[in-house]
Design a binder for this molecule. Structure first.
Ligand SMILES: C[S@@+](CC[C@H](N)C(=O)[O-])C[C@H]1O[C@@H](n2cnc3c(N)ncnc32)[C@H](O)[C@@H]1O
Length: 413
């Protein structure tokens, strides 16, 4: 957001006008804008409140109903932590007995709101003056929360054992946009803002610290004694949070998986129980009666060994994540499938199989297989009446197709 728009939104009457708008509807936005301008409102103000109204629709996913009291930017909404995860992070600080948390690079204040809601005092700072001003608005009246514009490197963080720090470095490259006009993202630790070095320096100074990084965070970068926890929500791996000091629950790699509805549901934690990496199938004969597809966070945390041990089975290929075994495993963070048949990836043989099995449609799941699913469907000339689910995976370096049947799992609410 440019400073002029921020000034427009903080002018007298702007907030009341924004709050008076109906829920944003793309189809009606033009008419609403015309009506407001005709009523005498400044066109710049009308544009600014309509943009805020549109951002609230997207922001609701991240902030829930709190969004009604917030001012937003597109980048800020995209980068903000989902409130369900922010609440989990905040609970960790509270449960570790900390009283105050520095939110170092607070953005719009999503994490700061969750920290305050957990009963913690929050010292929120952001380098960007406009972002800091929006965060100050968003945290206005929130007990125990204070916002200021500052650079992390200017702060004296002190060594108080009751004080922790939270960092959520920006993974955007300001000034560079992607094909959809959004600020380009980076997956490189060198391009984070604050930098990975700064994050580690803060953790060394404050001792009890947490830092939210991308789910692609490399395992070899996990600092000694820290916990790296991957998290997924709605089946999507969203983050890897590093925890230091008293915030560590299990040093090493862990995962937390949310299962169930957005509003309710349950969290399940998976920890490396010392079982090491999963053994790998040595050939198609090792494919058992069951195949399991783990949640993405568990896969990215490299905890497939835990699933393989529970399944008394093997991973179909290193790092692929599919685990096969003789019996189904009943855990909320992995989906079991019954294996109906196993095939080499020969077009001719698969065409015959699809014909004999009366297959007319294929749902294709695949990992580590550079195959275009549409091309495969086309090559198999599917003419039957039955829909089949297949998994494409290498097994002992051989590309294989497994026909599987999904099994209904208990659904938490
Ligand atoms: C990903 S956003 C934080 C989002 C926030 N946790 C939330 O949930 O709303 C990162 C923020 O860090 C700020 N930042 C980057 N480098 C900084 C620095 N050296 N000092 C202070 N803030 C910084 C950026 O301006 C940006 O607003």
């Amino acid at each position: 957001m440019d400073p002029e728009t921020a000034a427009t939104l903080s002018a007298p009457g702007a907030w009341d006008l924004l709050q008076s708008l109906p829920e944003y509807d793309e189809g009606a936005a033009l008419a609403v804008g015309t009506r407001l301008r005709a009523a005498g409102h400044d066109p710049a103000l009308v544009a600014a409140v309509l943009t805020q109204s549109r951002l609230r629709l997207r922001g609701r996913v991240k902030f829930g109903d709190r969004v009604e009291r917030m001012l937003l930017t597109q980048d800020g909404v995209e980068q903000a932590t989902r409130w369900q995860l922010a609440a989990r992070h905040a609970a960790r600080f509270a449960e570790a007995g900390l009283e105050t948390v520095w939110d170092l690079g607070c953005g719009l204040g999503g994490d700061a709101l969750a920290l305050a809601a957990a009963g913690l005092r929050v010292e929120a700072v952001d380098a960007d003056p406009t972002t800091a001003a929006l965060a100050a608005h968003n945290l206005d009246g929130v007990a125990g929360a204070r916002v200021r514009r500052a650079l992390i490197e200017e702060l004296d963080l002190g060594h108080d054992p009751g004080v922790g720090a939270w960092l959520d470095p920006a993974r955007r490259l300001p000034g560079r946009t992607d094909a959809r006009g959004r600020t380009a993202r980076t997956f490189s630790l060198d391009q984070l803002s604050p930098t990975w070095d700064q994050v580690q320096r803060v953790a060394a100074t404050v001792q009890h610290a947490g830092a939210k990084l991308a789910p692609s965070f490399p395992h070899h970068e996990i600092p000694g004694g820290a916990e790296a926890q991957w998290a997924s929500f709605g089946g999507e791996a969203l983050e890897c949070v590093l925890w230091w000091g008293d915030l560590v629950r299990h040093a090493g790699r862990t995962a937390q998986v949310h299962v169930g509805t957005t509003e309710g549901g349950q969290w399940h934690e998976v920890t490396d129980d010392g079982c090491g990496p999963a053994p790998v199938a040595s050939g198609p004969d090792d494919i058992g009666e069951w195949l399991h597809e783990p949640d993405r966070a568990v896969l990215q945390a490299g905890l497939i060994g835990v699933l393989a041990r529970l399944a008394s089975g093997t991973e179909t290929a290193p790092g692929v994540g599919y685990v096969t075994g003789p019996a189904p495993v009943d855990v909320p963070w992995a989906r079991p499938f019954r294996v109906r048949s196993v095939h080499s990836l020969s077009t001719k043989a698969l065409r015959r199989w699809a014909h004999e099995e009366d297959i007319g449609a294929l749902t294709i799941k695949k990992r580590s297989m550079p195959i275009d699913p549409d091309r495969l469907r086309h090559d198999l000339r599917l003419r039957g009446t039955r829909e089949a689910v297949v998994v494409l995976t290498p097994v002992a370096r051989q590309p294989m197709l497994l026909e599987v049947s999904p099994v209904a799992q208990r659904q938490p609410r």
